[in-house]
Design a protein around this ligand. Structure first.
Ligand code: GCU
Length: 571
């Protein structure tokens, strides 16, 4: 269900009880068979002799949305199962006879129970999901229990290893939404042609119900159109309009109202056109250079998973200080608040699914999981004008299985959304004597050729400005990552690793190198701020932080910040 916040939801955010269940005692019996009397029953002893060996009422609480790693010091490194429980009052709304339970995201594997019965199961830590729980609800006292497991497995997406903290928990909003039996599941409102100034609107109901009237109003554009759904419960209409176009300089959003029966959904939508012409990237018909930075979805000041407009505003304001008009939200779909805040702030977005490093390419379940995350990412944010690129992968090793997997994903993304660009973060595989050549079979399937390169850090220290790049594709080029680590406040010679001077010099050298790359349409250096990673164990320097930030985790600017800020003034 799209745009849930506009559907008058009941928030179940707040304090939830939790039980840490390392051996999943609450799910399996001692023979490892799923038990019927698991913690999802939320059972209470009725008679004095009753044996119930858990009690949510006596359990500690933590905040939802949030991660357990930064809320309970015992769970900082914990990967496993934690049970969450919350009680709430609910009374049926006779006009809206269906009830939907929605999660913005749960990392990673979630079993959801309402009043002791299974409502549904979901895997994937960064996309929304919801269940129709109408038949499980009671008038009055209700409880929901969620079994969350963030253990990593080779067949998962992401797979076993990744360079970010595996924050576990119910990391985004939990909402209860009462709807009519037939409701608007999703809609799509876009500028379809720049010249003709034509808008396209399509709507999809939750069921294949024909003959339903759906009215679209955009008061400021004096638009009020009614469409009637077909046997598939969908409808589409095109209309002429002269909207002011959305751009970083003028992030114009229009109030939009969509009505069906008693249902009224409000949204803010911007209109813009993104396209490529040869090696040029065009926004609203004009060439644009993407002055970017990469960002992880992590609160500043050591606060764990970010999940609010305020969290996003802090990080995006730092990016604005850098001179950015674009951000790469790495390596997974960030929360909807962040995408919408970027849209209001005039910041273009690259949004990505966590097909990261070496995925189980030949496993059909892994493919289905990746495709579902891609679908859910696109369906959630398809009306956001600031999202211009869907990225389907990051740094994946070349193989025919990989090519088959990724080309299928690229086609799927294009079938869902032909108005945005498809890309992925590639790697340079052939480099000798300062000559670098990008060769990737996937360049055929993407609209923008993007690659990560770490000249000056993982390879060839101090030679960046001598490098040449052969990128034999007539498509815009984005350097989706470059950078190096520095501990804020550590100073020394520019050849001394981990000093701010080393990182500063690396940026100078790399930016001089980027200036020579033909068709460069943008970049998103790695990374805005230092972020937690279990792979970064160097004591006294990393201490479980990846230190490639231009800001420390506390928002302190490193010397390299000013080098990039200066360079962006010229772009
Ligand atoms: C990779 C990867 C990032 C990682 C970075 C690094 O390119 O995409 O996720 O954090 O390099 O090594 O710092």
């Amino acid at each position: 269900m799209a745009n849930v916040l506009a559907r008058n939801p009941i928030s179940l955010n707040g304090s939830w009880h939790y039980i840490v269940d390392v051996q999943e005692e609450g799910y399996y019996d001692y023979r490892m068979n799923p038990t019927r009397s698991g913690f999802f029953r939320n059972a209470k002893p009725r008679r004095p002799e009753d044996l119930i060996e858990y009690d949510f009422d006596k359990a500690s609480t933590m905040q939802v949305p949030g991660d357990w790693n930064t809320q309970d010091p015992r769970l900082f490194f914990y990967e496993g199962t934690v049970w969450f429980e919350r009680e709430f009052e609910w009374h049926p709304d006779l006009d809206r006879s269906r009830t939907i339970l929605y999660f913005g995201a749960v990392n990673y594997d979630a079993y959801v129970y309402v009043n002791g019965s299974l409502a549904g199961h979901h895997v994937g830590g960064f996309t929304p999901f919801n269940f129709d729980v109408t038949d499980l609800m009671r008038d009055g006292y209700n409880f929901v229990v969620v079994k969350v497991d963030n253990k990593r497995h080779a067949e998962d997406v992401p797979t076993q290893i990744f360079d970010w903290w595996n924050y576990g928990g119910i990391t985004r909003d939990v909402l209860l939404i009462d709807v009519e039996p037939v409701y608007i599941e999703n809609y799509n409102l876009q500028l379809v042609s720049l010249e003709g100034r034509r808008l396209g609107f399509s709507v999809k109901l939750n069921s294949e119900t024909a003959g339903r009237q759906v009215t679209l109003s955009i008061p400021e554009l004096k638009i009020k159109k009614t469409v009637t759904t077909d046997a598939k419960g969908t409808a589409t209409i095109y209309m002429k309009a002269k909207p002011q176009l959305w751009s970083p300089e003028t992030p114009k959003l229009y109030d939009v109202v969509i009505e069906q029966g008693n249902e009224v959904i409000r949204d803010e939508v911007g209109f813009r056109k993104i396209e490529t012409r040869g090696k040029q990237l065009l926004l609203n018909g004009k060439p644009i250079f993407l002055r970017g930075v990469s960002i992880h979805e992590e609160k500043a000041f050591g606060g764990g998973r970010a999940n609010s407009t305020e969290d996003a505003h802090t990080l995006l304001s730092w990016a604005k200080e850098l001179g950015c008009n674009y951000v790469r939200l790495a390596h997974y779909p960030h929360n909807e608040y962040a995408v919408r805040e970027a849209e209001r702030m005039g910041i273009l977005v690259w949004s990505e699914i966590p097909v990261y490093w070496t995925i189980a390419w030949s496993n059909p379940d892994t493919y289905a999981n990746a495709e579902r995350q891609l679908t859910d990412m696109i369906k959630r944010d398809q009306n956001r004008a600031n999202i211009i690129i869907w990225s389907i992968a990051n740094e994946t090793p070349h193989s025919s299985e990989r090519d088959a997997f990724l080309s299928r994903l690229a086609k799927h993304a294009r079938s869902l959304d032909s108005t945005r660009l498809i890309s992925m973060a590639m790697e340079v595989t052939s480099a000798s004597n300062y000559r670098n050549r990008l060769q990737d079979n996937m360049s055929e399937y993407v609209d923008v050729v993007s690659f990560n390169q770490y000249v000056g850090w993982y390879r060839d220290v101090n030679d960046a400005s001598k490098m040449t790049w052969e990128i034999p594709y007539d498509k815009p080029v984005i350097i989706s990552e470059f950078g190096g680590g520095a501990k804020y406040g550590l100073h020394g010679e520019k050849n001394q690793r981990w000093t701010e001077e080393f990182q500063e010099n690396l940026y100078r050298e790399n930016l001089a190198m980027l200036d020579k790359i033909e068709g460069l349409a943008g970049t998103s250096p790695w990374i805005l701020k230092d972020f937690r990673s279990p792979r970064r164990v160097l004591n006294g320097i990393q201490d479980y932080y990846n230190r490639k930030g231009l800001f420390s985790d506390r928002g302190e600017k490193k010397k390299a910040f000013y080098v990039l800020q200066e360079w962006y003034k010229g772009k």
